[in-house]
Each structure stands twice: as C-alpha cells, then as structure tokens.
Design a protein around this ligand. Structure first.
Ligand SMILES: NC(=O)c1ccc[n+]([C@@H]2O[C@H](COP(=O)([O-])OP(=O)(O)OC[C@H]3O[C@@H](n4cnc5c(N)ncnc54)[C@H](O)[C@@H]3O)[C@@H](O)[C@H]2O)c1
Length: 355
C-alpha cells in the first residue's frame, strides 16, 4: 500500500482534515507539511502533529516529498492554488466551493487534463452511514421513482464567526449561506435525486452585517420530474440540517446533525415489508463506515491505488457551481432559470456577473 504524503494549505478546517484523515489514517497518508500565513497556527500544527510547517504556498508545491496538496484556504484563492498545484504535478484536494464560476470550472478541467495529478473536490457529507445506504438503495432500483425532497440547512453563526476578513465578503467568500453552508446538503440532494433542470431562488441579508446572503429559499425541478424545496439560514436559533427524500417505494430522512447530515443511521421507510427488509439489509452493511473526511480521503486513497476516478470529481463540483449560478441568477432576475446553462450564457462568468 502506498503512503501518500500530504501538504495541507490553510489551518482552519484544514486541522480537521489533518486530525480525521492525514493523522487519522496512518499507512494511507502522512502529513508532510502544514502551510498557513498565520505563525501561531503553524506553531500549533508543529506541536500537535509533529510536522514540518511553511508559510509559502509556492515553496510547498515545489517540494518533491509532497504527493497531495490539500487546499483549505478561503474560496477566492482556490482557482489559482488548484491550478498551480496541478501544474506542479500534484494530486489536489480542494475545499468547497471549488471556484466561483462555470468558466473557472472549465479552466480547472484544462489544468487537470494537462497534469499527471488528479483533483478531488471535498463533499464529505456523502461519506456517511445514512447517505451511503440511501445511495445504494436508490442505485439498486429499490426506491423507485424520485418524487419530492426537502433540504434544510438552518445554522447559527455569530459576530465572532464573521470577524474573519473573507467571511461575508462577496469578493472573497463568493456567496453566503447558500454557497458556504448549504452547498453540502445540495450536493447530497443532487447525488441522490439526479440532475436539476430548473431552479427558482430567493436570497436576503436580514440579520448579519455582511454583503452575502444569510437567508435563502428556493425550489428545484429535477430532470426526473421530481421537485425539491431548499432553505438555508445562518441566523437560525436552533441549529440543524435535515434532508428528506420521497421516492415511489421508500422515504429517507437524515439525522439532524448540522455538520454530519450523512452520518448516523437515516430513517428509511417502506410500507411494503419485503422492500423494507431489502433496505434494512443494505443499511446494515454500511454501519461501520468511517464518516466525513476519513471516509472521503480513504475512498480517494483506494482510487489512487486502483488508478480509478476519485470518489468526488470535477463534474460533481461543476454541478454544485451550476446550481449556485442558476439559484443566484434567479434571485437577481425573479425568473426561473433552466439548467444546464447555454455555452454562451453570460452567467457562466459568475453568479454576480450581469446577465
Ligand atoms: N467541508 C467543510 O465542512 C468545511 C467547513 C469549513 C470551511 N470549509 C471551507 O474551507 C475553506 C477555509 O475555510 P475555514 O473556515 O477553514 O477558513 P479560516 O479562515 O478559518 O482558515 C483559512 C486559513 O487559510 C489561511 N490562508 C489564507 N491564505 C493563505 C495562503 N495564501 N497560504 C496559506 N494559508 C493561507 C489563513 O491564514 C487561515 O488560517 C473555505 O473554502 C470554506 O468554505 C469547508
């Protein structure tokens, strides 16, 4: 088994990547270097993980002893850092949102095609006991036709959270609660229900003194004919995530764990006892699955070893960026937006671009 050496760039959520995956999966990965502009965070990483540290991203990607560059920096830096790390021949993992437009997705696709490295966007909610069981039941055709879904991301953020230069800034964060928080559950929703063909969205900034939205709601129509309602808020007093999916023969309801909605057993219900038994048998298979970053990074390791596609691909990130683009265009124009966008649609340049 190959042990891949990882450089984590950005030590906010990057610390969780390290704890859950790079330090948590010895043999598969080893943390080579932790990179951050902040000297205190570098010192803490050296103390907690016994790793080398560095403040200079370009120096890190030039190192021969780094196989994977794990990008956990603020959103507006992702495009250039992903491009540079792929150009340096590294495998690249990058936090969400991958980039800020569909044109930038195209740029990343060209960079990945020209590199020996593989790119894996982070969507760790897919790797949970509940979400993996649901995916298998749906893929096996047991659930039948998708009908209806509800995806709720109702979180609480305070002034301390926004006391960080990139958060709440359109230019640096790229979007608000839809982009930064609900992107996860909407990825899960589309992974389980299929591609979206129309979106209507509304956004508002009601509570926090920020440029980006803190409140959003919308409706989706899937190519299958199914519908979904989605809502996101970063000023909710109670804090939970919840995904409910109704299929012809089976309904799925996630846990309410705000940051691990895929984890924990989901409530999976069928009125037909034979179908319920099939669902229960599949759910049982997934009970020992490591969730979140450990699950996603383990699957990445397996893909690298097999020379296979990463478990989350650029196409998955593209679907998330396309949904955001349509959602924000709808909110700006008051119209329903059809997806996919045409190749010459000006909104491909970014959801805040005129169009
Ligand atoms: N998958 C998840 O559940 C999850 C959770 C939180 C954040 N995120 C995403 O992770 C990214 C980072 O978010 P965060 O909450 O950790 O932010 P953060 O501000 O807490 O941490 C970002 C770190 O990056 C460092 N940094 C900035 N520019 C750098 C550079 N050029 N080189 C090296 N380091 C640099 C900063 O000093 C900071 O310590 C964002 O894209 C965010 O959306 C994902």
């Amino acid at each position: 088994m190959t042990t891949y050496r990882v450089a984590t760039i950005g030590l906010g959520i990057g610390q969780s990547h390290i704890k859950e995956a790079w330090a948590g999966l010895p043999g598969k990965f080893e943390l080579a270097v932790a990179c951050d502009l902040n000297a205190d965070l570098r010192a803490r990483a050296a103390r907690d993980f016994g790793c080398d540290t560095c403040a200079d991203f370009q120096a890190v990607i030039a190192r021969d002893d780094v196989d994977i560059v794990d990008i956990c920096t603020p959103p507006a830096l992702h495009l250039s850092q992903v491009r540079d790390a792929l150009a340096a021949g590294k495998h690249v993992i990058c936090e969400k949102p991958l980039v800020g437009s569909l044109n930038e997705i195209d740029e990343i696709a060209r960079a990945e095609a020209a590199s020996p490295g593989r790119l894996m966007p982070v969507f760790q909610y897919r790797f949970g006991v509940g979400s993996l069981a649901a995916r298998e039941i749906i893929a096996a055709g047991i659930a039948g036709k998708p009908l209806l879904a509800t995806a709720e991301t109702h979180w609480h953020r305070d002034a301390a959270y926004f006391d960080n230069p990139w958060r709440g800034s359109l230019r640096a964060e790229l979007g608000g609660t839809m982009t930064t928080h609900a992107i996860h559950i909407h990825d899960l929703l589309c992974w389980l229900m299929g591609p979206v063909e129309a979106v209507f969205g509304r956004i508002a900034t009601r509570i926090h003194p920020i440029e980006t939205e803190d409140t959003a709601s919308g409706t989706l129509r899937f190519a299958s004919g199914a519908f979904a309602t989605v809502s996101a808020c970063s000023a909710s007093q109670d804090e939970y995530s919840r995904l409910f999916l109704a299929f012809e023969h089976v309904t799925f309801e996630s846990t309410r764990a705000p940051y691990a909605v895929g984890s924990g057993p989901w409530t999976i219900t069928a009125r037909d006892p034979a179908i319920q038994a099939q669902c229960d048998e599949i759910a049982l298979k997934w009970t020992d699955t490591p969730g979140r970053f450990a699950g996603q990074m383990s699957a990445f390791h397996a893909a690298l070893e097999a020379g296979a596609e990463p478990p989350v691909t650029l196409a998955d990130a593209e679907a998330s960026i396309a949904l955001l683009t349509g959602f924000y265009r709808s909110a700006a124009t008051g119209r329903e937006i059809a997806l996919p966008l045409a190749a010459d649609d000006p909104a491909r340049a970014g959801w805040h671009a005129p169009g």
